[in-house]
Design a protein around this ligand. Sequence first.
Ligand SMILES: *Cc1c(COP(=O)(O)O)cnc(C)c1O
Length: 428
Amino acid sequence: MKTKIGTKCVQSGYNPGKGEPRQIPIIQSTTFKYENSDQMGRLFDLEDEGYFYTRLANPTNDHVAAKIADMEGGVAAMLTSSGQAANFFACFNICEAGSHMISTASIYGGTFNLFGCTFKKMGIDVTFIDQDASDEEFEAAFRPNTKLVFGETVSNPGVRVLDIERLASIAHKHGVPCIVDNTFPTPVNCRPFEWGVDIVTHSTTKYMDGHGVQVGGVVVDSGNFDWDKYAEKFPGLCAPDPSYHGLIYTKSFGKLAYITKATSQLMRDFGCIQSPQNAFYLNLGLQTLAVRMPHICQSAKKVAEYLNALPEVKWVRYSDLEGDAEHERQQKYLPNGSCGVMAFALNGGREFANKFMDALRLVTIETHVADCYTCILHPASHTHRQLTEEQLLEAGVDPDLMRLSIGLEDADDIIGDIANALEVAKNS
Ligand SMILES: *Cc1c(COP(=O)(O)O)cnc(C)c1O
């Protein structure tokens, strides 16, 4: 049965039988029992399916991963301990020392560090490029050892909207997959696979959980990338794996090759699993996601329109606003709304901005975004303080930029708090 996203949010991934729990149960067990040694041996050879150790697979996590895979329109997903782990695994599953990858420059600060610093130490070279660079500039970034192209649907904190279809087609022209971090829009507002993307990642810490209770991530595979067509580029998927007696992932698992390899190699060796308890909380968030996202987008638009009309405000960047430079792109990729996060700057410099932030009462200063609480952050003083002014600009972060994330409170109260804080800041 073909169902809509709101139904998938509630029901996908778990279908209890007679007398079984209606809600996904928390299987809080490290280990699973077997009757004889042969049964267990076959599991270790990946010849049988079954649970044996929660680092590799757990029923609670599998139900929740299957739900997210269905919401994105993919074939399989793997939950991770955080969004950082998701982006690490998504890339490292097909990169190794000596590989190169291309990433758009306007991405989450943590991902920027992962790619620019930690990957470099691991021998993986990353070229950062403006997402709207010309075709020629993109062409020039590719190397014979390039393995993937990475971007964010709506970037954090720059809130730039990615031309998803273009990035996917550039990647495919060079025989590599396109990986997109879809954290901000969530599959309720955008499903990148519909635009040709091959692999999607999320920090489930954000809207998917939506209540600020647990850190988590997920990697979802569309199952569409033809690894065998470019077998020489992806030996990890298309050549025998010595750690599993010479098994070849694409031969044994077909469309599930990428996620199976990520689970059976990377999760086995790095162990950044999501706990079943956290997966249970994540599922509660997912069940209301299709109700929360439209509400959040509606409130955010109201707040953005309010800010946009204020003389104290230098600029507002929120693609849902009609006059926004990326509004046309938002209409194409995110017609139901982008997300609840916007960027803006105040006239009066950093001192006035700090007075304003300190005077907010309902809106809180937090590193977090994208949950039920409205919060604000000044990236240049907070999340991105390790970056130089030049790096800030390269990452699409204006030094004046404040990131405002609208939650589930009443929009009029949020606007009232902003109005009050501006008054306090002006009079102090
Ligand atoms: C928060 C975030 C991450 C990192 O996720 P964690 O769960 O904090 O590890 C990655 N990408 C984006 C777009 C994010 O907003």
